[in-house]
Design a protein around this ligand. Structure first.
Ligand code: SAM
Length: 214
């Protein structure tokens, strides 16, 4: 089974909820800006509709592409009482994201904060068990630490979606020993084995994990 053909095939079937999602993805590829694959966007879109989150927090937001999949999912359901926290290190990503959000008239749903996502998460003083949906797309070596950080604030039945967890399949190659790959191996084992979580790993894009707090 050749995974490249499967990815291409799945992506060829996708129906984008908004034409801008296809445009922005094409642009990101051209610029070599790392965004989630559209099939992962579709997964985020699906789980956003299922969970109907009031609060979403994203670690590593770039120019907002991944969040748009959640925003369109909720607006299509006529849900407007939600708040999204987007975080990134880079001011230029925020500027670009806000321009896109304004163009789509969705900027009021998003607080875009600049800095280290785990640090900002800790500073925001969320209530325990108040967050419904969390997206991980920051440094892969910090996923495990971030999981411990966010779990008390995620409601039971709430979901974390973590991108890039198979790292081009390198997690499955024993000779690959770099810190990113080792950290992802630890994270993947943890999410599948912890008794307070129920999770699955899906080989879409660069691998995506869906983690639910029991
Ligand atoms: C893969 S890109 C994210 C793209 C976005 N999630 C999307 O798919 O549209 C990762 C982003 O996370 C940011 N980043 C990485 N580590 C971070 C951290 N600890 N805190 C905040 N931003 C971080 C990078 O600046 C980069 O823009």
């Amino acid at each position: 089974m050749d995974c490249r053909f499967i990815q291409k095939y799945i992506e060829s079937l996708l129906r984008y909820p908004h034409p801008l999602l296809e445009e922005l993805y094409t642009l990101a590829k051209k610029e070599k800006f790392p965004v989630i694959e559209p099939s992962v966007g579709q997964l985020i879109y699906f789980f956003t509709k299922l969970v109907k989150p009031k609060i979403i927090f994203e670690f590593g937001s770039g120019f907002g592409y991944s969040l748009l999949w959640s925003i369109f999912a909720l607006l299509e359901e006529d849900i407007h009482d939600f708040q999204i926290y987007a975080v990134d290190f880079q001011e230029k990503n925020k500027k670009r994201a806000l321009k896109i959000f304004k163009q789509l008239k969705v900027e009021s749903y998003v607080s875009y904060l600049i800095g280290d996502a785990p640090t900002i998460f800790s500073q925001l003083g969320f209530k325990k068990e108040s967050i419904d949906l969390i997206l991980f797309d920051h440094e892969k070596q910090n996923y495990s630490e971030s999981l411990d950080l966010v779990l008390p604030y995620l409601r039971r039945g709430g979901i974390i979606i973590a991108d890039d967890i198979l790292w081009k399949g390198k997690v499955g190659i024993p000779e690959e020993k770099n810190i990113r790959v080792s950290s992802l191996r630890f994270f993947n084992k943890e999410i599948l084995q912890r008794k307070d979580l129920v999770s699955f790993i899906c080989p879409l894009g660069d691998g995506v994990a869906v983690i639910m707090k029991k």
